[in-house]
Ligand binder design. Structure first.
Ligand SMILES: Cc1cc2nc3c(=O)[nH]c(=O)nc-3n(C[C@H](O)[C@H](O)[C@H](O)COP(=O)(O)OP(=O)(O)OC[C@H]3O[C@@H](n4cnc5c(N)ncnc54)[C@H](O)[C@@H]3O)c2cc1C
Length: 399
């Protein structure tokens, strides 16, 4: 049913939920304009793919390697994404590692239950597909990548988005946050910001629902992950292709033993192979201050590399990977392989999250979407997709 919706919307974050929100807005016939603000180089967020202009064949899914749909009703955007060829059924083999070295083929964890899919040609194609459903960028909508929104202000009935220097980036009638970064006190600890940007702006609005939402968001905690990315040349990649799994997840005892939670094996089309070893939560918690030169936070804060400490973490994860793979790849030595550290400070939000009835605050014209919204798929891509869809329906219904 066509709906006018608010005149203009500023969406912060081009991860799955922000992209799902704008895709669903358009499908509902939204006729206003929107802008999309993303600090990363492109869409994807925690479901993005590392690529390189210098190395066209490089493609590493360094965050989520797949998505799983567990709800009785599938997300509305799933079939359009499949029909457009943006996602495909996940073709890999899952296994669980129990304790020291017991392999349970076919045994899934919570991230491997239900129907499994992946971005076709890389996980970032999930978000690219969602944006294609929102229509061509142009007058109706504008993406702004590589742009950190640092301050928020409410002036003359419009939300203003400002950069680090306080310069105006853009303004809109509605503000949609698809991340808690501007609403959570952790931004003060991580970035040394003096205030929580949305809280400061909200204090002047007197919207009790928004204040309630901000109080709940402030209590949401998240688990971190320190991921080791390994790029193997074609000569060394062969044995990885014949493993009895392409996604190995670790039970609690194995996580404690190895400090790892998952290993994903990602063959590249040119014969090389990427391997991503996801650390356990407790390993990441013990090394929280080691960002990794390539992490989003390091880029945002323009942090100087701490190569000594980073090398120590890379070495610890490499040793764990070499040892845990020994039953299948005896004598594995990754010393000469290209290895990088990718730290996700807030990889998975912890339940219960923000109740969905607080995700839309009409008096202050603020909406929230993201995997931190309580409901089916919480903390996963499924939840991010559903929350974006849901918020689009709520905003269009308000018109
Ligand atoms: C290592 C890892 C493995 C995972 N594995 C799985 C899995 O197997 N299956 C699964 O379903 N899920 C998995 N997840 C979780 C999944 O990635 C997330 O649930 C999902 O991607 C969240 O999407 P989102 O849109 O809610 O948030 P995000 O992806 O975090 O998107 C928010 C975006 O907002 C941007 N942003 C925030 N603040 C600002 C600002 N002020 N200015 C500009 N931009 C801003 C951020 O850069 C980010 O791109 C994994 C996550 C990680 C980290």
């Amino acid at each position: 049913m066509p709906s006018s919706g608010p005149e203009s919307i500023a969406v912060i974050g081009a991860g799955v939920s922000g992209c799902a929100f704008v895709a669903q807005l358009r499908r509902l016939g939204y006729t206003g304009t929107f802008s999309l603000w993303e600090t990363g180089r492109g869409p994807g967020g925690r479901a993005s793919t590392r690529r390189s202009r210098q190395d066209r064949g490089l493609r590493i899914d360094h965050g989520a390697p797949l998505l799983n749909i567990t709800g009785a009703m599938e997300p509305l955007l799933l079939q359009p994404l499949l029909a457009g060829g943006w996602i495909e059924p996940w073709p890999g083999l899952i296994a669980q590692l129990q304790g020291e070295a017991t392999l349970r083929p076919g045994q899934a964890d919570a991230l491997g239950l239900g129907q499994l899919y992946r971005g076709r040609g890389g996980m970032d194609h999930l978000c690219k597909g969602l944006l294609s459903l929102a229509g061509e960028a142009g007058e109706a909508w504008q993406p702004h990548y590589g742009t950190l929104v640092r301050h928020l202000d409410w002036k003359d009935g419009l939300w203003q988005l400002l950069d680090r220097e306080g310069e105006l980036l853009g303004q809109a009638h509605w503000l949609v946050l698809s991340s808690t970064l501007l609403a959570h006190p952790r931004s003060r600890q991580i970035f040394g910001w003096e205030e929580v940007p949305l809280k400061q702006a909200a204090e002047r609005l007197g919207d009790l629902r928004l204040e309630h939402a901000l109080t709940v968001i402030a209590g949401i905690r998240a688990e971190a992950r320190s991921n080791l990315l390994v790029l193997l040349e074609a000569a060394a990649a062969g044995p990885w292709a014949s493993l009895p799994f392409s996604l190995l997840h670790f039970d609690a005892a194995a996580q404690q033993r190895w400090g790892l939670q998952r290993i994903t094996v990602q063959p590249l089309s040119d014969g090389r192979c990427a391997v991503v070893a996801h650390s356990s939560h407790s390993f990441a918690a013990d090394h929280l201050d080691v960002y990794g030169t390539h992490s989003a936070v390091a880029r945002m804060l323009q942090l100087p590399p701490d190569e000594g400490r980073e090398d120590t973490v890379i070495a610890a994860l490499t040793t764990a990977l070499e040892q845990v793979m020994a039953p299948w790849l005896p004598g594995l030595n990754l010393a000469t392989a290209d290895r990088q550290l990718m730290r996700w400070g807030a990889a998975f939000p912890l339940a219960p999250g923000l109740p969905s009835e607080l995700s839309c605050c009409p008096s202050s014209r603020v909406g929230f979407c993201g995997d931190f919204i309580a409901g089916v798929g919480f903390g996963r891509i499924e939840g991010a997709l559903r929350s974006g869809e849901q918020l689009a329906h709520e905003l269009c219904a308000l018109a």
